[in-house]
Design a protein around this ligand. Sequence first.
Ligand code: GDP
Ligand code: MG
Length: 163
Amino acid sequence: MSNIVAIVGRPNVGKSTLYNRLTESRKAIVDDFSGVTRDRHYGVSEWTDQKFTVIDTGGYVANSDELFEVAIREQVLIAIEEASVILFMVDVTTGITDLDDEIANILRKGKKPVFVVVNKLDNNAQMADATEFYSLGLGEIFTISSMTGSGTGELLDEVVKHF
Ligand code: GDP
Ligand code: MG
């Protein structure tokens, strides 16, 4: 399938929650190399009659901070290679972290469309906090709650335009 949406971001931002919401599939492909466990989940989703593959990256298990960062960098580079659209997920409750900045730097050099997805917007009061993510320099941001599903329809409407 040629329409591929990859969800990238540091641990705990809600990537798997969104993936499960989009695919309702929990198949795992685990691949061991050099002390790092890469864990990528592939599922199928559909929006407005358009089918696409969703990739959940993460589940990183590494035995040092350095390997951990290597693992995330690797996942982001693979996403840039194989995805048609990249969802870069960040967390409104923590704001921008150093790791977010690092991932943003890698994504900015890639040629694929990137959507900044600000997650955990469970109520409208957090909307003002979301604007800080414009400073990642990746363009428009989309605010969602993976938990409730709010905002995901507006996001997918834009994503499918890139297929
Ligand atoms: P991942 O490591 O990026 O895959 O993140 P997970 O999907 O495993 O979620 C990490 C934690 O954030 C879990 O405890 C989720 O329940 C929580 N979480 C995910 N999405 C939301 C959301 O929209 N709102 C809130 N409040 N919590 C969320
Ligand atoms: Mg996960």
